[in-house]
Write a protein that binds this ligand. Structure first.
Ligand code: BTN
Length: 340
């Protein structure tokens, strides 16, 4: 059974009400009624929030208005923005840890529940796919791991990586970034990587115990924040759209969309995820070189199958690839209008 979500603090509640009010003022009286606090107590909480970096306007006879939130990712910033039932109900925040995936795996092993999140400002040993390092400079990007306890047989667990890829690409497109998915789960903008997903599984032959879904998104990093070999192949939202991203807002939007797709996957299976993935992918139709642990396959990426494996059409027939790195040699051929 899922434990109760921890109660929101008075500061979180005040922020949630002010965030709901948008650009409108919320009266001190309304806040004190809603929270069952005196006007003086409300004022003290507002002062304490200001000391933590929140800009809150106060106007006589009108009340309070939230103008700016600090660029941090603690539950104080995130909880008031969240509308999720599971994702982010409990947030473990750190300034710096080795890897959110490693810590979330430990927490899940000790009974951590579905929806619990580990989030950090910086990782000293961020883990990428296939044993690579995920560069995690402090205070600029998003690094989190979500504990999931899906009711799935272990062989279907990889579907969750594609669920996350769809949620990420859609959230980025919503933010005006033309993101695409390169199989299996690299999120790219103009051929450069903006986000990555690393899922780690604990299971026996019958069932999944838990999945740790780790996500890294380059939000406000510049090329100079990365080592040169990473800067050559990576980009960020700041680079792609020329202005900084409010990280808490982006995170809340991503978690909401992630939960939507997790719910849909649980209710309807992989089919809707597969069709959304196809629409968002830049791999299908492209000429590719796939490097697996044991060999290289060259051909045209035709489709993903009902389990998310890549189907590559080669001279020798169709090859099914479950894991590997894809290099796109020639982009997909898009249909052109007669005048285009
Ligand atoms: C990839 O190589 O594309 C996957 C990168 C995944 C990075 C994220 S950052 C948060 C989480 N913690 C980790 O150590 N890795 C993942």
């Amino acid at each position: 059974m899922q434990p109760e979500a921890p109660e929101q603090t008075n500061e979180e509640l005040i922020l949630a009400f002010l965030a709901d009010g948008g650009e409108e003022f919320t009266s001190g009286e309304a806040l004190s009624d809603k929270l069952g606090l005196s006007r003086t107590a409300v004022w003290k909480y507002v002062e304490s929030l200001r000391n933590k970096g929140y800009r809150i306007d106060a106007a006589p006879a009108r009340g309070y208005r939230l103008v700016e939130i600090p660029d941090r990712l603690t539950s104080l910033e995130l909880t008031p923005l969240l509308n999720t039932h599971d994702v982010g109900r409990l947030i473990h925040y750190y300034d710096e840890i080795p890897s959110t995936n490693a810590l979330a795996f430990e927490l899940a092993t000790e009974g951590g529940f579905h929806g619990e999140v580990v989030i950090t400002e910086s990782q000293t040993s961020g883990k990428g796919r296939r044993g690579r390092v995920w560069e995690s400079p402090p205070g600029l990007n998003l690094y989190f791991s979500l504990i999931l306890r899906p009711e799935l047989p272990p062989q279907r667990a990889p579907e969750l990586t594609l669920v996350a890829a769809v949620a990420l690409a859609e959230t980025l497109r919503e933010a005006g970034i033309p993101a695409e998915i390169k199989w299996p789960n690299d999120i790219q903008v103009d051929g450069k990587k903006v986000a990555g997903i690393l899922t780690e599984l604990s299971a026996d032959t019958e069932s999944v115990h838990f999945v740790v879904l780790g996500v890294g998104v380059n939000l406000n990093a510049l090329p100079s924040d990365f080592p040169p070999e990473v800067a050559r192949v990576a980009t960020s939202l700041l680079e792609a759209r020329g202005r900084r991203v409010p990280r808490a807002l982006f995170t809340a939007a991503l978690w909401t969309r992630l939960e939507h797709w997790l719910d849909r996957h649980a209710a309807e299976g992989f089919a809707p995820v597969r069709s959304a993935w196809r629409e968002l992918s830049c791999t299908l139709g492209a000429e590719v070189l796939v490097k697996t642990e044991r060999r290289e396959i060259r051909g045209v990426a035709d489709d993903i199958d009902e389990s998310g494996a890549l189907l590559v059409r080669t001279d020798a027939g169709v090859e099914r690839v479950v894991a590997g790195d894809v290099e796109q040699l020639r982009p997909k051929v898009t249909s052109r209008t007669p005048s285009g």
